[in-house]
Write a protein that binds this ligand. Structure first.
Ligand code: DGY
Length: 332
């Protein structure tokens, strides 16, 4: 009698949020795929239950991967986030368990930089308040100083966080808007990258003091929490603009609101804020603040490309190959 063998078990992959069906198709063909058609955000306990018997997870910025989740997932081999930021993942805890973590750099750089400029222009020219005013039926006549904001062209932009996105903003600012560009990073860029970006390194204090507009594009870490607080806002030029396309935790929000109310800050643009998706009420009451729901990378082609990067990473790792875009090692 010949002994029949059980067919090899297909790896299981959980897709934590609703994504693009056609982009997920290669996963469906290779693995047992568990999707989330109604796009609900799982609570930590729900996510632990859903992920418990999975080999791979495709997540977004709304899923937190921590020790408790990893303890509940003994089979887990790979976590692929479709975001470039990975502050929602305990990368060290994953490494200790041999769980590979991948992210989605590069594909969103230009789209996010476009949005950085849009938010800077929109904030400096007070587009948010102007539209709210008009829609509320409050516009009765043209006036010389109605929503008269500050110029962007020909001014000085300070970029904090000169990674790929920061450099892409710098190119737009220098070439498209004739801006002088300063930047702050832990370390200055190498000479070739600096030349290509058309930007000069400054200490954070110098950058804050010398810039008409300051844009944050750095990744979040505990060390970067409230890198812009009351003392840093006080160092910024009177009438300056602050734009944040990094993570909400970079800015002390009550201090920002106070600087807008006092008139020290000319305007602010936030695509990210602490406590997403619910903004701190102090932000909603602050004048000259343009605020958007974490959409800097949200063009349809780019969001599809970000999902595709996560899919490709899952396919690679679960087939035994090296990840295509692993998260960088700490301090890299
Ligand atoms: C990213 O990719 O990190 C963006 O902020 C979207 O979450």
């Amino acid at each position: 009698m010949t002994k029949t063998q059980d067919p090899p078990q297909r790896a299981r992959v959980l897709v934590a949020r609703r994504l693009f069906d056609d982009v997920l198709e290669p996963l469906r063909q290779s693995f047992e795929l568990h999707c989330n058609p109604d796009d609900a955000i799982a609570s930590p306990a729900q996510l632990r239950a859903l992920a418990a018997d999975q080999d791979g997870l495709l997540i977004t910025a709304t899923e937190r991967i921590d020790e408790a989740l990893l303890d509940a997932c003994p089979r887990l081999r790979v976590v692929a986030t479709m975001t470039v930021g990975f502050d929602h993942i305990d990368v060290d805890a994953c490494a200790r368990r041999g769980v590979v973590v991948t992210h989605a750099p590069d594909v969103l750089t230009e789209t996010t930089a476009d949005f950085g400029m849009a938010l800077l222009l929109g904030a400096a020219r007070q587009l948010g308040d102007a539209q709210t005013y008009l829609r509320a039926g409050r516009w009765t006549r043209w006036s010389a100083d109605l929503f008269a904001g500050s110029d962007v062209h020909g001014t000085t932009l300070g970029i904090v966080g000169m990674g790929r996105i920061g450099r892409a903003v710098a190119r737009r600012a220098a070439l498209g808007f004739g801006m002088r560009v300063l930047y702050h990073n832990r370390r200055p860029l190498d000479a070739a990258l600096e030349r290509e970006s058309g930007a000069s390194w400054r200490s954070l204090d110098e950058l804050l003091q010398q810039s008409d507009h300051v844009l944050l594009a750095l990744p979040y870490s505990d060390a970067a929490r409230h890198v812009i607080g009351a003392p840093q806002l006080a160092r910024m030029r009177r009438g300056a603009t602050l734009v944040n396309i990094g993570r909400g935790g970079l800015v002390d929000e009550p201090a920002l609101a106070a600087a807008l109310h006092s008139g020290h800050l000319g305007a602010a643009g936030l695509d990210v804020f602490e406590g997403e998706p619910v903004p701190n009420p102090v932000l909603l009451q602050a004048p000259r603040l343009l605020i958007t729901p974490h959409i800097a990378s949200a063009s349809l082609p780019t969001r599809r490309a970000m999902a595709r990067v996560a899919v490709d990473n899952l396919l690679a790792v679960l087939r035994g190959a090296a990840p295509l875009t692993p998260v960088p090692a700490a301090n890299a």
